[in-house]
Design a binder for this molecule. Structure first.
Ligand SMILES: Cc1ncc(COP(=O)(O)O)c(C=O)c1O
Length: 461
């Protein structure tokens, strides 16, 4: 195509946002196509008579939204892939100079011993069976493990309601795909887990954020959405919310369940950090068992690479869930299912969860010592620290400057549900640091940056 010249909405401010919005609009309207090369920052700045810094910020914003991507040495292009990038879903930084606290890596130092697990599997014999195609849902050993793991999460359920997925992200995709059709509306908190937002986008759904307070989502606001907008599902992370750390109170859980039941609204209860809380309130599922799809995961409390989650689903939906698992991954890997079942049965899984809880607590103490004086939201056992920035920073600018100084943090945008604006904040994944010492170093750098808010040259980013 000829060189792209955006039409900028003059009244929109700041200018870099107006430019990022023009880019988004041109991608949506088809004026720009997947794979199209964008002008260099210098070209665009000169064509529009604006500074290179403004173009840099606009491209960075658009890249964060998932609309464009840059290839070092080749230029900047409109993204080819459908859907938002699953920002939190994958990725290990290979930059050894960076302490990367962007992603939700769950304290690997406390993972169970894999070599020992494989030795145990070997001793049991007949390992070859794990290489066969098989029905995970029909395997009594895996269902018994699921029943036990769900029990540890406060869910007592019959085996004909249990389904197994390849982790919680897969569970979300499966559940959204059976509960909705393209274009439907799904509700969540105003800030939520980015993998939910990316699954919703991938499925062509819409989201809206329901306001909340320190006790969790507001029942009155949920009720208004149900009355006026006909949502098809509600997604909640009631225990140690990602990213804010809110634990929804028992009373609030009951009220939310009651509103959902009144409108026959299915609820996806993602209780992935529940085992970090010694005495959590009852699951929402206990107040509305006929409408709640409960997810008990292994990733955050045992090990991220196991890729197993157990679901308790309302019985009439069990078959649809099993079909959706089959249609997406055919079957969960028996090697993973066996590992998970053995760790649950011999107690290693709960022991790992207890170690991770203690480690999370220790890291929170460090975070509060170093960053506690700055505005933030978190919880004494959360893996995350949601840092609310002073007004001189945007989220993207702070993240870029922190990275320049050797610390990766996540910008706010991926956590934002449809209809809400990203707040000036970043998420710091305390659990991602390799050790407490590297965490201290990283948080020291961030604290120093907050005390001395100098911004590097935008042209260098
Ligand atoms: C709230 C929440 N749900 C789901 C997931 C995805 O978990 P999994 O690794 O099991 O897919 C995450 C990962 O960070 C999460 O924070």
């Amino acid at each position: 195509m000829a060189i792209w010249t955006p039409e900028i909405e003059e009244r929109q401010r700041p200018l870099y946002m107006a430019l990022a919005n023009a880019l988004k609009a041109d991608i949506a309207s088809g004026r720009l196509h997947p794979g199209d090369r964008l002008p260099t920052q210098r070209e665009l700045a000169s064509n529009l008579g604006i500074s290179i810094g403004t173009v840099t910020r606009a491209y960075r914003e658009a890249e964060e939204r998932g609309g464009i991507e840059s290839a070092p040495g080749r230029g900047t292009f409109v993204r080819r892939v459908r859907g938002e990038r699953a920002v939190m879903g994958a990725g290990i930084s290979y930059d050894s100079n960076l302490i990367d606290l962007t992603l939700a890596h769950p304290q690997y130092s406390e993972d169970p011993d894999l070599a020992e697990a494989f030795r145990n599997l070997l001793r049991r014999g007949d390992l070859q069976r794990l290489l066969r195609y098989q029905s995970i849902e029909g395997n009594p050993g895996y269902l018994a493990a699921g029943e036990k793991w769900l029990g540890a999460h406060g869910i007592s359920t019959e085996r004909d309601r249990i389904a197994v997925t390849a982790g919680a992200q897969h569970a979300l995709y499966v559940l959204l795909s059976i509960l909705t059709e393209s274009g439907d509306l799904v509700l969540a908190d105003e800030l939520t887990y980015p993998g939910f937002v990316s699954a919703v986008t991938q499925l062509g759904l819409r989201t809206r954020g329901v306001p909340g307070d320190e006790e969790g989502m507001l029942p009155g606001a949920l009720s208004a959405f149900c009355k006026n907008e006909g949502p098809k599902a509600l997604y909640l992370i009631p225990t140690i919310h990602n990213p804010t750390g809110v634990v929804m109170s028992a009373a609030r859980r009951k009220e939310i369940a009651s509103v959902a039941a009144q409108y026959d609204l299915p609820v996806i209860e993602d209780d992935i950090l529940r085992l970090l809380e010694p005495d959590p309130p009852p699951p929402i599922s206990t107040f509305y068992p006929q409408g709640v799809f409960f997810i008990a995961d292994m990733s955050k409390s045992v090990a991220g690479g196991v890729r197993i989650a157990y679901l308790s689903v309302p019985q009439p939906f069990k078959e649809a869930v099993v079909s959706a698992v089959s249609n997406t991954v055919f079957m969960v890997s028996p090697i993973c299912a066996e590992l998970a079942a053995n760790w649950i049965e011999d107690g290693s899984a709960l022991r790992a969860a207890a170690r991770k809880r203690a480690e999370a607590e220790a890291r929170q103490v460090i975070a509060n010592e170093i960053l506690g004086r700055f505005s933030h939201r978190t919880h004494p056992r959360s893996y995350y620290f949601w840092l609310e920035l002073p007004e001189e920073w945007t989220s993207a600018e702070f993240a870029a400057e922190a990275r320049r100084r050797g610390v990766g943090v996540a910008t706010a945008r991926p956590f934002v549900t449809g209809g809400c604006s990203p707040p000036p904040a970043v998420r710091i994944s305390l659990s991602a640091a390799e050790s407490r010492t590297s965490l201290e170093t990283a948080l020291g750098i961030l604290s120093n940056l907050l005390d001395n808010p100098t911004k590097g040259s935008p042209g260098l980013v």
